[in-house]
Design a protein around this ligand. Structure first.
Ligand SMILES: Nc1ncnc2c1ncn2[C@@H]1O[C@H](COP(=O)(O)OP(=O)(O)OP(=O)(O)O)[C@@H](O)[C@H]1O
Length: 438
């Protein structure tokens, strides 16, 4: 690729930035593995030129498999300074259900060993009167075990809380596929016997399941369960630079929440995935069962008060930052990479947020008009953050976006910037003083 970048065609983006659409007089080339109009049009609107992955590209919106191939040693492909790509090669450390849990458990243990106050534990009294030990500051994932390897530890935990419901999720699948709820060990054993028959010849880590304590007291609106989808952009893991998009949304179940045992298999009550709910009789294709995050905030301020709502959103930011810190040391922090993660969060009726999972390729298709507007803005805004001020992809750039370029993204953490470090410190202090008063 040419080494001089002098000739520029100037464009103005939605974020008011003057950017270039050319590298050395030729158009910036993008390629993508998705023929999603939102992605392709967002790139074209910048005056960029679409090429195929085997041509000279500057920005690649790839799927996770092709990204891994690009970074594979066998491939021998070396990215140049004018190439950036939308995944970190080992993103699975954060997005695979079993690895996310493993990394968070390791992170908490390390903090505990270092006697870091964040690793502090406390005894909690459950409504049943039982006392259990929990992390004071980092108890943000439901208790989870990996099957088959953790089966015996799970059984121990199950016996302590025989009234609990558990949710089983296959590590290698998405969109609600293969998920089911159990409240009896006998049901789990039956499933295990049957799935062993099916899996015994091809058991790989992809066939693992996680079994998590089911959050059976979700916050309900209109009697229905929902989860929150939040977009988090990571520009770098070391130093950690992460941004949260203000316009997330809630995804609602189509049927009213019901904890009755006879409804345990009813996925229209328990799973909030749009891919599941859109098949329900009561699915509304106009709003798609979605409510914007800003509307959720207004609803909570009205029903629960401003302070608790603010606290909830601080807690959400806290859990995102610490989930990222939990994987930062194991991520291959290639400077050509950035990644937009879809965080799935459930809020319980005590307004405690729980991290359910993280997606590396959050859907860029739109189910409603509002969805389309949101995702167009998201992709355009995201490009403004990951590109240097002149708009030309540059892996050498120090990844410090201007306030204007941030648009609807807010800084979650930037270990490079004094301001962002102070923000993080303030967040930590606010969290600690809150925990002490609880
Ligand atoms: N521990 C839990 N407690 C309560 N509900 C849960 C729990 N875990 C998952 N769920 C529900 O099940 C849904 C699917 O779970 P999850 O997102 O982990 O699986 P998935 O099939 O991989 O989804 P995706 O397509 O988002 O990757 C969640 O959106 C949530 O509604």
């Amino acid at each position: 690729m040419a080494s001089s970048y002098s000739k520029k065609t100037i464009l103005l983006t939605a974020y008011g930035r003057v950017t270039s659409s050319t590298v050395d007089g030729r158009k910036i080339n993008f390629c993508t593995d998705f023929d999603k109009s939102i992605v392709v049009n967002s790139f074209r609107r910048r005056g960029w030129n679409q090429v195929s992955p085997d041509e000279e590209w500057n920005i690649y919106w790839s799927n996770t498999v092709n990204c891994r191939n690009i970074f594979s040693i066998d491939n021998g492909y070396r990215l140049n300074d004018r190439q950036i790509i939308n995944h970190f090669p080992n993103h699975f450390e954060l997005v695979r259900k079993d690895l996310l849990v493993k990394n968070i458990k390791r992170y908490r243990k390390e903090l505990e060993k270092e006697c870091n106050p964040l690793g502090e534990k406390t005894e909690v009294k459950l409504p049943s009167g039982q006392a259990v030990t929990r992390y004071l500051h980092l108890d943000f994932i439901p208790i989870t075990y990996v099957l088959p390897s953790d089966y015996n530890i799970f059984v121990e935990e199950y016996r302590k809380f025989p009234q609990s419901t558990w949710i089983l999720k296959p590590c290698g699948k998405s969109q609600g596929a293969g998920i089911f709820l159990v409240n009896k060990l006998s049901k789990l054993k039956k499933w295990s016997r049957e799935s062993k028959k099916y899996l015994q010849h091809h058991l790989t880590s992809k066939d693992n399941y996680v079994i998590s304590r089911y959050i059976n007291n979700p916050l309900l609106i209109g009697g229905k369960k929902f989860d929150l989808r939040i977009y988090v952009l990571v520009a770098s893991f070391r130093p950690l630079k992460a941004y949260m998009y203000r316009e997330g949304f809630c995804r609602f179940c189509t049927m009213k929440y019901n904890t009755s045992v006879t409804e345990l298999d009813n996925m229209y009550i328990h799973l909030t995935n749009v891919s599941v709910q859109k098949h329900g009789d009561d699915y509304n294709s106009h709003h798609g069962g979605k409510l914007g995050m800003q509307n959720l905030k207004l609803y909570l301020e009205g029903t629960r008060g401003k302070n608790v709502t603010e606290r909830l959103f601080e807690e959400i930011q806290w859990l995102i930052v610490h989930s990222l810190k939990a994987v930062a040391s194991v991520m291959s922090n290639d400077r050509h990479c950035f990644e937009c993660y879809g965080y799935d969060i459930i809020i319980d009726d005590n307004l405690k947020p729980w991290l359910i999972e993280v997606n590396a390729s959050p859907s860029m298709s739109a189910t409603t008009v509002n969805d389309r507007i949101l995702k167009y803005k998201l992709v355009d805004n995201l490009l403004s953050v990951v590109l240097p001020p002149d708009g030309i992809p540059d892996a050498r750039w120090n990844k410090t976006p201007t306030e204007e370029a941030l648009g609807d993204f807010e800084i979650l953490i930037d270990e490079d910037s004094m301001y962002a470090r102070e923000l993080e410190l303030a967040r930590r202090e606010s969290k600690c003083s809150r925990m002490k008063t609880c």
